[in-house]
Design a protein around this ligand. Structure first.
Ligand SMILES: C[S@@+](CC[C@H](N)C(=O)[O-])C[C@H]1O[C@@H](n2cnc3c(N)ncnc32)[C@H](O)[C@@H]1O
Length: 254
């Protein structure tokens, strides 16, 4: 497809030396609640997303997936119609709102469908903000937030939520943990033939070990059982810097 044009009018403020957990997340929640149009936000995930974008353009940088890379994932959700998605790294809920609503819409009106989006977030404070925004967006019947490190959250999904497999993963947490946590999901049986795995920030700041792993499986490298077909989707950080998503599909479990 190639990289679409970046519209400068949408650009977030550039990341400073400190870029999260310095009070800006609480400021975002206050900004949403005290917004002049706050009365119209209930059950409107896309309006809440546009307000998060507005905050990040005008007040403070936010480390969200943003609209450009976000569109790559929502297109994939609409096309492939996963029923269960697991994200690692939820922050303040931008991806949970965007992908949770795409998931709900993909199954709208289908009898018996139970679309589920699990957001695994290590920070209790951020997990609380995701829950609050998910409720405001009217997505609490679709999105479940699991607080804790992804490695523990994955085990919890398997053991407590009795999840057998997931149809899609969105990996967007701690770059050095991408490989280990994907392999943990594989070992728990959560990755089946046909599961999609989308990893963020593989260009900026980059995740070379992760790319080596998913791309290497197709060449028969390593002793792992899962084999992926993998491609880079070039896109943009919401600041306008070049980034990309690695989009992989598990094509075999040996
Ligand atoms: C880049 S942000 C996620 C952005 C989010 N997906 C969005 O689009 O708005 C990364 C998040 O991962 C969380 N995180 C870091 N290490 C983690 C881990 N091991 N397990 C779960 N969450 C983790 C951080 O607290 C942070 O909220």
């Amino acid at each position: 497809m190639g990289r679409p044009e970046f519209d400068r009018k949408t650009a977030y403020i550039k990341k400073g030396e400190v870029w999260f957990d310095d009070g800006r997340e609480e400021a975002l929640v206050s900004y949403i609640k005290s917004h002049p149009h706050a009365d119209s936000f209930q059950n409107k995930p896309h309006i809440i997303l546009s307000v998060i974008d507005e905050f990040a353009r005008t007040k403070d940088f936010m480390m969200t997936v943003g609209q450009y890379k976000g569109a790559v994932v929502t297109d994939l959700i609409a096309k492939e119609r996963p029923q269960t998605i697991v994200e690692m790294g939820g922050y303040t809920g931008y991806s949970a709102l965007l992908f949770g609503s795409a998931l709900r819409d993909a199954w709208n009106g289908v009898e018996g469908a139970k679309p589920r989006y699990y957001s695994l977030e290590m920070s209790e404070k951020f997990a609380g903000i995701i829950r609050e925004l998910v409720k405001l967006a009217g997505l609490d019947h679709v999105v479940t937030v699991v607080t804790g490190k992804a490695e523990d959250g994955l085990r919890e999904l398997r053991e407590d939520f009795k999840l057998e497999t997931a149809d899609m993963f969105f990996i967007d947490h701690y770059k050095p943990a991408y490989v280990g946590d994907l392999q943990r999901a594989e070992d728990l049986g959560l990755v089946r033939k046909g599961t999609w795995v989308v990893a963020d920030n593989v260009v900026l700041p980059g995740a070379p070990g992760y790319l080596e792993y998913v791309r290497g499986t197709a060449k028969g490298e390593g002793i792992r059982k899962h084999v992926y077909e993998s491609r880079l989707e070039e896109s943009w950080e919401p600041t306008g810097e070049e980034d990309g998503l690695e989009v992989s599909k598990c094509i075999e479990v040996r």
